[in-house]
Design a protein around this ligand. Structure first.
Ligand code: SF4
Length: 367
């Protein structure tokens, strides 16, 4: 079997993989915001996150063998070897503690190859009851399990960021947050965090939050040292948003669109992005339609395959097929490149990292 790199990444991200040596690579995170139950894997020089602890991963046709002495693992599909994988090394900053004794790994983690990622507030007004929570989110799980702390202070974040740059060559940072009470929707805490980090070390930062109620927050975020902004639609069909994100969908798509239009002039074309989870019921036409509106105003639509997280209401929801992802990512990459927005031009964040989707691999193919 001879699969293109895009296809292989699509299949590993949608099926997941069983690992013959579960300890290979950097320990995977369970629960929390962002990719969970995943592990970073490198194939053909491309680093991506693939699920290894989810229900579909246990039934995946893919299996990754134990690394040999050179750190190379064979990839098997239905028992047939079809490629090789590597795993990024465990970051050195994981061995350190903050001034107040918190392990650095509870403050921020390595994502992909060179991204430092943190959830500044590990609590969320949307997560207080299962009738309000986003059905795919596990933000409270890692907190309940004691693997992280509820509020990472600016000083703690600055300490970890400096060490991650100096010891592990981290190149950019993603700061997301649960949504607190108040109209700023987390922008204020992201501002103070970014400022402390930028005072300690040079590191491009993406902040991620819901659209604040006042567009003046975009200037404040930029002035605090935030380089790029993510405001995540997650799902694009209003009825599905109401069903799967009953709390978050109270902020309508129209507000996201007006916030994007206000944020792009502040951060620049392509430096504002949105995360869209493919596989939760949006049709490929719906995803591509809103993506063309986003691209038009200079927003990078980062479309990723939905991967269920254990312990969430959607833990048994199927992942999208590799064919569905191909049908979205191929035209989407053409649309993005034609508009002059590319992952490689993004200063920081998920779009630049690209590890949760094969999108940037499709873009590179277009030259
Ligand atoms: S794309 Fe974003 S969420 Fe995914 S690994 Fe990279 S930084 Fe983390």
């Amino acid at each position: 079997m001879n699969l293109t790199t895009e296809r292989l990444i699509n299949e590993l991200q949608t099926f997941g993989a069983r690992l013959r040596d579960p300890k290979a690579g950097v320990e995977s995170r369970r629960g929390g915001a962002g990719p969970s139950d995943h592990k970073a894997i490198i194939v053909d020089g491309v680093t991506f996150m693939a699920p290894v602890h989810t229900a579909p991963a246990f039934d995946s046709p893919y299996e990754i063998g134990k690394p040999d002495e050179a750190g190379v693992s064979p990839i098997f599909r239905d028992g047939v070897a079809l490629g090789q994988a590597r795993f990024p090394a465990r970051p050195r900053f994981y061995d350190l503690h903050t001034h107040d004794g918190v392990p650095f790994s509870q403050i921020a983690t390595l994502h992909g190859r060179d991204v430092l990622a943190t959830t500044v507030l590990q609590t969320c007004i949307r997560y207080q009851s299962r009738t309000k929570t986003c059905q795919f989110c596990a933000i409270g799980q890692s907190l309940a399990a004691g693997r992280t702390i509820a509020h990472k202070t600016p000083r703690q974040l600055a300490e970890v960021a400096k060490a991650a740059v100096e010891l592990d060559g981290v190149k950019h940072m993603v700061m997301t947050t649960g949504t607190p009470r108040g109209g700023d929707r987390g922008a204020s805490v992201l501002c103070e965090s970014a400022q402390a980090i930028k005072n300690a070390v040079y590191l491009p930062i993406q902040a991620q939050c819901e659209p604040p109620d006042d567009d003046a927050w975009f200037e404040r975020l930029r002035a605090s040292g935030v380089d790029t902004l993510g405001m995540h639609l997650e799902i694009v069909t209003p009825a599905l948003r109401a069903k799967l994100m009953p709390g978050k969908s109270e902020v309508p798509i129209s507000r996201y669109m007006s916030a994007f239009a206000a944020a792009v002039p502040v951060f620049g074309r392509g430096q504002v992005s949105t995360y869209i989870l493919a596989g939760l019921g949006d049709t490929s036409e719906a995803i591509l339609d809103i993506s063309s509106q986003l691209v038009e105003i200079g927003v990078y639509p980062f479309v990723v395959p939905f991967v269920p997280i254990s312990g969430t209401p959607l833990e048994s929801h199927p992942t999208p097929s590799a064919d569905f992802m191909h049908g979205v990512l191929k035209p989407l990459s053409e649309m993005i490149v034609a508009a002059g927005l590319r992952a490689s031009d993004i200063k920081a964040g998920c779009g630049r990292c690209g590890a949760c989707s094969a999108l940037s691999t499709y873009e590179r193919r277009l030259g």
